[in-house]
Design a binder for this molecule. Sequence first.
Ligand code: NAD
Ligand code: MG
Ligand code: MG
Ligand code: MG
Ligand code: MG
Ligand code: MG
Length: 329
Amino acid sequence: MKMYYDSDADMSLLRDKTFAVIGYGSQGHAHAQNLRDSGCKVVVGQRPGGENYELAKQHGFEPMSAAEAAKVADVIIILLPDQVQGEVYKNDIAPNLQPGNVLLFAHGFNIHYGQIRPPKDVDVVMVAPKGPGHLVRRVYTEGAGVPCLFAVYQDSTGSARDFALAYAKGIGGTRSGVLETSFREETETDLFGEQAVLCGGLTKLVQSGFETLVEAGYQPEIAYFECLHEMKLIVDLIYEGGMANMRHSISDTAEYGDFTRGPRIVTDETKAEMKRCLEEIQDGRFAREFILENQAGQASLFAMRARSAEHPIETVGARLRDMMSWLKK
Ligand code: NAD
Ligand code: MG
Ligand code: MG
Ligand code: MG
Ligand code: MG
Ligand code: MG
């Protein structure tokens, strides 16, 4: 697989274009400011009334409605929550698209699952930073970049691919390297990663370990440290040098326990269930469920959020983190 760097991208493709960043949230504030610092003309589409509207003003933008922003722009960057993109696209963006415009996404959900169906005469590309928006901004100001994926869904101008690479450079991605993918691959692997490993798998693993210790009579504070707090330290070692690097740093006792007990925790049955989760992503069942959930006003999401906020791991954790002077900075 080829990694693309600064020298592979031609920023002159961004010149003379007006960029509309729609949604000044986690990704939006980073894309808008990085692009502007890279010399691009940027307008922000953010509805008034919220803190992100004020933030955009503080950062020197004059936020306008999504429709106005889409109207004046050549490149429309859709950085709204995935569940509202379809509506905003239909009502505000589609009526203001001109032939030759570029629609740019940071995640493929709405295109891949057909919630946004652009006309044939615009380019549709993706530049997806592989990290949270706040890092995309901070790392850029430090002279580096967050790695990105890029993809072309529709190339009407003939320059969609080069444009996506140039955009990745504009937000700093090519400073650390960008990889090419497709909308389908990005969407399916992103959903799978967050469900099975990064978010769903991780939180359930940590919570189950915590509960096991507490139910056996150990102090919840000790359980919190063992099962949650230390997670970051272990993950940092894996991030820096792979599993072997982490295993090098831990005791032989820990390493022997890792090899012999780990496979009893994440079993063949777990992997079979991962495959079922992946199938539900691939055949659209997860997307359908999430779209219907949003049509129901996120009833389940609100209930699940409230319930998990009450779990002892959260209440104990909040108390402990209050006492950790180094976290307060
Ligand atoms: P966000 O929720 O942080 O920000 C969305 C912004 O849109 C907010 O400013 C909100 O006020 C505004 N908004 C919400 N509803 C609106 C409406 N109806 N009309 C107008 N504005 C509205 O979103 P985000 O996490 O930055 O995600 C944006 C996109 O980036 C998504 O496609 C997401 O999958 C993708 N992405 C996010 C991350 C991340 O780190 N958060 C990483 C990679 C890709
Ligand atoms: Mg969230
Ligand atoms: Mg992801
Ligand atoms: Mg995601
Ligand atoms: Mg230990
Ligand atoms: Mg060791």
